[in-house]
Design a protein around this ligand. Structure first.
Ligand code: PLP
Length: 382
C-alpha cells in the first residue's frame, strides 16, 4: 500500500466516476448516431441529450431550456461575458468582477477592455472574501454585468453569491457566477441564488473533461457562440458530444445525491489536513476558515517554494498543487494570494491539497505523516 499514489489535487480535476463511465460507454459504441439525424439511431442520441439536459436542470433547480451544453468552464465564462458585453453595449460598457477570478474570466475581461469596455475588479480581504457593500459601491449607471465566482479555486473561499447577486439586481444589473469549483461540492439551487448566468465544468465533479454547461435564465437569450447546424437552439452549433453530455449528467446527479453524506466525511478529512498544516512551524492557513469549500485545504509555508514542495510530495507519492494548474508552467505566485495581500515572495510558498469522496482517512494519515517531513527536508536543504 505504501507505494500507492494519493491523489489530492481534485480542484485541478477529478477521477471519472464509474457511474458516469458506464453511462457513457454505449455512446462510444452501439449508440453512435448523430443527434440531428431523423432515423432511430439519431433519435436515440437526441433523446440521450435531452434526458441529460433535464437531469442537469434538475440537479441545479433550473428549467430544461435554461441549460446549454458547452466544452467546459473556460468556454462558459468566455461566452457569457462576451455575449452580455455585446448585447448590452448600448446600455453601458462597465463590467464588475474580482481580482480572484480564474483566468478564464480575467483574460476575457482584458479582451473586453481592449474593445472599449471598462472593468472594475473588486479587491478581496485577507481571507479571499468579497462583500455585497463593496459591490454596491462599485456599481455605476453604465454597469451591465457583474461576474463573481462562487468558490475560489486556490484558497477555497465560498463567496456570498445570493447576497452579491441581490446587490447587483437592486440596480438592475445582470449577474454571472463561475461556479466551476462549487457545483456538486456545496448545495446550489440557481433560483435561490437568483443568478442570471452560471457556468460549470464536468471534470470538477467526477465527470469527463471537455464538457460543461451554462445556465442562462429564461427569458435571457445569449448571442450564438458558434454558427452552423443550429444545435443548442442555434446558440452553439456543432454535433454534440453525446457521450460526454450523458457522462456529465450522470456525474452531476450522483454528486448532488451524495452531497450531504459525502460532505461530512470530506470536511473531517480536510480539517485533519488543516490541523496538520498548522502544526508545521512557519505556516499560514490561507482562505476563509468558516466559508470554505469542504474539499480544499490551503496554506503558505514561509520561505518555501510551493512548486519545489509539490515535486517533493510527488516523490512521496502525493499529488498536490501550489495553487492552480494554470500556473504550473510559470514561476509567478498565484494571483489570488497576491490579491489577498500576501507579498509575492511569501505567496510563492503556497500549497493546495484538494480532496474528493474518493479519498480515504488512511490516505489523509499518510499525507499528515509525509507533509512535515517534506517541508523540513526542504528547509534543511536551503
Ligand atoms: N473557473 C474556475 C474557477 C476553475 O477552477 C476552472 C478550472 O480550473 C475553470 C474556470 C476552467 O474550467 P475548464 O477546465 O472546464 O475550462
Amino acid at each position: 500500500m505504501e507505494n500507492q499514489i494519493i491523489y489530492a489535487d481534485n480542484s485541478a480535476t477529478t477521477p471519472l466516476s464509474r457511474t458516469a463511465l458506464e453511462a457513457m460507454l454505449p455512446y462510444f459504441s452501439e449508440k453512435f448516431g448523430n443527434p440531428s439525424a431523423a432515423y432511430s439511431y439519431g433519435r436515440e442520441a437526441k433523446k440521450a441529450i435531452e434526458d441529460a439536459r433535464r437531469s442537469v436542470a434538475q440537479s441545479l433547480g433550473a428549467l430544461n431550456n435554461e441549460i446549454f451544453f458547452t466544452s467546459g468552464g473556460t468556454e462558459g465564462d468566455n461566452w457569457i461575458i462576451q455575449s452580455v458585453g455585446e448585447q448590452y453595449a448600448s446600455r453601458g460598457r462597465h463590467i464588475i468582477s474580482t481580482k480572484i477570478e480564474h483566468s478564464a474570466v480575467l483574460k476575457t475581461l482584458e479582451r473586453m477592455e481592449s474593445r472599449g469596455f471598462s472593468v472594475t475588479l473588486l479587491e478581496p480581504d485577507s481571507q479571499g472574501m468579497i462583500y455585497p457593500q463593496q459591490l454596491r459601491d462599485a456599481l455605476r449607471e453604465d454597469t451591465i454585468l457583474v461576474s463573481i465566482m462562487a468558490a475560489n479555486n486556490v484558497v477555497g473561499t465560498l463567496l456570498p453569491i445570493k447576497e452579491l447577486c441581490a446587490a447587483a439586481h437592486e440596480r438592475h444589473v445582470l449577474f454571472h457566477t463561475d461556479a466551476v469549483q462549487a457545483v456538486a461540492h456545496v448545495p446550489l439551487r440557481v433560483k435561490e441564488w437568483g443568478v442570471d448566468f452560471l457556468t460549470l465544468s464536468a471534470h470538477k465533479f467526477h465527470g469527463p473533461k471537455g464538457i460543461g454547461a451554462a445556465y442562462i435564465r429564461v427569458p435571457l437569450t445569449p448571442l450564438p457562440l458558434l454558427s452552423g447546424g443550429e444545435q443548442e437552439k442555434s446558440r452553439r452549433s456543432g454535433t454534440e458530444n453525446v457521450a460526454a453530455i450523458v457522462g456529465m449528467a450522470a456525474a452531476l446527479e450522483e454528486g448532488v445525491q451524495n452531497l450531504t453524506h459525502d460532505t461530512e466525511k470530506i470536511i473531517a478529512m480536510r480539517n485533519t489536513l488543516l490541523e496538520a498544516m498548522e502544526k508545521i512551524p512557519g505556516t499560514i492557513i490561507t482562505g476563509d476558515r468558516e466559508n470554505r469549500l469542504p474539499t480544499l485545504a490551503s496554506c503558505i509555508f514561509e520561505g518555501l517554494e510551493g512548486q519545489v514542495l509539490v515535486v517533493k510530495l510527488d516523490e512521496a507519492g502525493i499529488c498536490a498543487s501550489s495553487g492552480s494548474a494554470c500556473f504550473t508552467a510559470k514561476i509567478e505566485p498565484p494571483h489570488v494570494l497576491t490579491a489577498m495581500g500576501y507579498p509575492p515572495k511569501l505567496a510563492r510558498g503556497a500549497l493546495r491539497l484538494s480532496l474528493s469522496a474518493y479519498n480515504t482517512p488512511e490516505e489523509i494519515d499518510r499525507i499528515v505523516e509525509e507533509l512535515p517531513k517534506a517541508v523540513s527536508k526542504l528547509r534543511i536543504n536551503k
